[in-house]
Design a protein around this ligand. Structure first.
Ligand SMILES: [Zn+2]
Length: 313
């Protein structure tokens, strides 16, 4: 089994990430519902995230000295600029999470680019900094989405499931410079703990997972990644893990993670930058080799021509 090198000889890496979805996912889920009164209640489930739970999460992160990554849809940022500013001012990273939590697979290339650019502008206006990380919102992303991210200069995405450590996204059959920091459904608090009667979440209902079991799952997953020296990315939501009882579950996970001195807890952009420096990947390696070549010799960058094509995939 390979051994991954982490900074300062650490054994494994951990990323705590929170999708600040606010009420847009409930708006989307309720879009075709006829009963406006019930829509208001469903939306309040989401509004609870920025209204109250973000501060629960921020306090907890502060208590354990952890910097996290918050992926925010542009619309939620527009509605809660002071919340987003508070997160950024506390030293956490803000990433791009679409505008209204769109299903990218259903959008054209041009629409996707507009959505991503719009959210970049909104977040920059609030925090003074353009996000370098992206997490795809509802559903899958479009086959061209990673090409758009690469063209726009994003450092990384945390959207896929393909490994237990970062890897480079393959574009046109070759490793690109876009790092993917994978997470998994089993690390998503929504899967085990989100609940709404109407609209039904989960559909068919009959589930609020036992918190003790959820905590046990999270800690077992962490220990598994730790033993293998991999990078675990917890995928949480303030409106779920910021609620009082579930915040205690998160605290137990934080206690376990931070009790290991040889664990590197980092934000998405820190992990992506470290990865590029330490494991440059074929494309970056070729650029480095090119820089070292004797005078007059230039390596062909095979990627440039092909990647500039912008068709719909
Ligand atoms: Zn989301």
């Amino acid at each position: 089994m390979e051994i991954v090198k982490w900074p300062e000889g650490k054994k494994s890496a951990v990323m705590f990430s929170f999708d600040l979805d606010g009420d847009v996912i409930w708006r989307n889920m309720s879009a075709d519902e006829p009963n406006a009164e019930k829509l208001i209640r469903a939306r309040s489930i989401g509004q609870y995230g920025p209204n109250r739970c973000v501060d629960m999460i921020l306090d907890l992160m502060d208590k354990y000295g952890v910097k996290a990554t918050f992926y925010v849809p542009g619309f939620v940022a527009e509605c809660n600029p002071e919340v987003v500013k508070r997160i950024a001012d506390a030293g956490h990273e803000i990433g791009n999470h679409g505008y209204t939590h769109e299903r990218f697979v259903e959008k054209t290339v041009e629409e996707q680019r507009e959505i991503i650019e719009k959210t970049q502008r909104i977040i920059k206006e609030i925090t003074g900094k353009e996000p370098v990380g992206f997490r795809t919102p509802s559903g899958d992303w479009h086959v061209r989405t990673p090409y758009i991210l690469s063209e726009m200069g994003f450092s990384y995405s945390s959207s896929m499931r393909g490994d237990d450590k970062p890897y480079y996204t393959i574009l046109d059959g070759e490793e690109s410079d876009l790092v993917e920091i994978p997470s998994k459904w089993e690390l998503d608090d929504y899967v085990a703990q989100a609940y709404s009667v109407y609209p039904a979440e989960p559909s068919g209902l009959d589930r609020i997972s036992c918190y003790r079991n959820v905590q046990d799952n999270d800690i077992r997953e962490f220990r598994g990644y730790y033993d293998l020296g991999m990078c675990i990315s917890f995928l949480m939501h303030p409106q779920i893990s910021g609620a009082p009882g579930r915040n205690l579950v998160l605290e137990e996970v934080l206690k376990e993670v931070t009790s290991h001195e040889d664990v590197w807890v980092a934000t998405g952009s820190e992990i992506a930058e470290y990865w590029k420096r330490t494991y440059p990947g074929k494309r970056r390696k070729a650029q480095q080799d090119k820089a070292k070549l004797p005078d007059g010799e230039i390596l062909q960058d095979k990627r440039t021509d092909k990647d500039s094509g912008r068709g719909e995939g």
